[in-house]
Ligand binder design. Structure first.
Ligand code: ATP
Ligand code: MG
Ligand code: FE
Length: 346
């Protein structure tokens, strides 16, 4: 069966096509993404109105490209999945409206799905079915959460999350302080390769004995970096961008991996999936590999292109819903900007 997936929660218009095989495996057939990121770059963050308009313009051409890549016709589609939330209301609405139109025109079931569950589900197109239970560390532009996954289609529970900024948000804000472009993840990752991660001892948030063991905080780290840079500027020194980037990145990767490994060991789960845009980070994956190997935990991280927003992740989640016989959504559902992670489909 063929599933069309549509993603428009933020600034990427993503269209994916997957095949659900009889053995339950999910095969990637197309993954087309059109991004409006350059239009937001000069504002240092996504401008909702601009994103919505860009989705509207990109939707049809991106759908067409996906079908061309997969060498399929619209009539081959057996189900449609679309991001219902969380995300920007006006941006989500474009994808939801398009998906409803395709589902009605093709007379196939429609699944309104959770974007965050999609970030986890996409790993199955690369590494095969998820063992159950497994632990997921979701690290993206808007979220940083530790999740227990007892079934990707219907059983995801939060065991910890950030109390302030998301990890990706911290990357984007620190990039601004360092005069690096938006989004900040890729340029900081690059600069950090030439820096010394031990040059500056930045704080590790929420790691005190009285802190919640599986919650995160990145706002103090972001402020510490800004203060450090301001102080250096006041002294008239030039900023060692590579060292600051490496030391900041080390603090983020250290906390994320330490808490994820501890959560896996605590809950007796032997597989850890790391996904979301920040999972594309090179230091995070290296450190996670080291620490998971030492703790006897199997680590799965999708390739970078699958970690950031795309339509394949939504198509993959749709395939798992179909495979689990979850009831499709009623056609009157709307965008749900604050959809909680435990609600996998609406
Ligand atoms: P959410 O999924 O929470 O709704 P989002 O969809 O905007 O948020 P993603 O597209 O999953 O987020 O991830 C974008 C974030 O990932 C940005 O903050 C970006 O800086 C960060 N990012 C991308 N590549 C890297 C990298 N190599 N290292 C660190 N961070 C990265
Ligand atoms: Mg984005
Ligand atoms: Fe995302």
């Amino acid at each position: 069966r063929i599933i069309l997936g549509i993603e428009s929660s933020c600034d990427e218009t993503g269209v994916g096509l997957v095949r659900l095989r009889d053995d339950g495996g999910v095969e990637l057939l197309a993954d087309e993404v059109a991004s409006s990121v350059e239009q937001h770059a000069r504002f240092g963050g996504v401008v909702p109105e601009v994103a919505s308009r860009a989705h509207l313009e990109a939707m049809t051409p991106t759908v067409r490209r996906a079908f061309e890549t997969a060498n399929l016709e619209l009539s081959d589609v057996d189900a449609v999945a679309v991001t219902a939330g969380p995300g920007l209301a006006g941006a989500l609405l474009v994808g939801v409206a398009a998906a409803k139109a395709y589902a009605v025109a093709l007379d196939v079931p429609l699944y309104g799905v959770n974007h965050l569950a999609g970030h986890i589900a996409v790993d199955t197109v690369q590494h095969g079915g998820l063992p159950s239970p497994c632990l997921a560390l979701l690290v993206s532009g808007g979220h940083t959460q530790l999740l227990r996954v007892d079934g990707i289609a219907n059983a995801i529970t939060e065991i910890g999350s950030t109390v302030d900024d998301a990890a990706g948000e911290a990357y984007d804000k620190v990039a601004r302080v360092l005069d690096l472009p938006y989004p900040g993840g890729p340029p900081i990752d690059k600069a950090a390769r030439n820096g010394n991660p031990e040059a500056i001892a930045f704080p590790r948030g929420m790691t005190g004995p009285r802190d919640a063991p599986f919650d995160f905080s990145f706002s103090g780290l972001k402020t510490a970096v800004a203060r450090w840079v301001e102080a250096a500027q006041r002294r008239g020194e030039s900023i060692p961008v590579d060292d600051v980037a490496a030391s900041f990145q080390e603090a983020v990767a250290d906390v994320l991996t330490a808490k994820a490994v501890r959560a896996a060991l605590d809950s007796g789960v032997s597989t850890l999936v790391i996904s979301g845009g920040v999972a594309a980070n090179s230091r995070l994956s290296t450190l996670a590999q080291e620490r998971c190997a030492a703790a006897g935990i199997e680590l799965r991280i999708p390739r970078p292109r699958l970690c950031t927003d795309n339509g394949a992740m939504i198509a993959a989640l749709g395939a798992h819903l179909l495979a689990a016989d979850v009831a499709p959504s009623e056609l009157d559902f709307s965008a749900q900007p604050a959809l909680p992670v435990g609600t996998v489909s609406v």
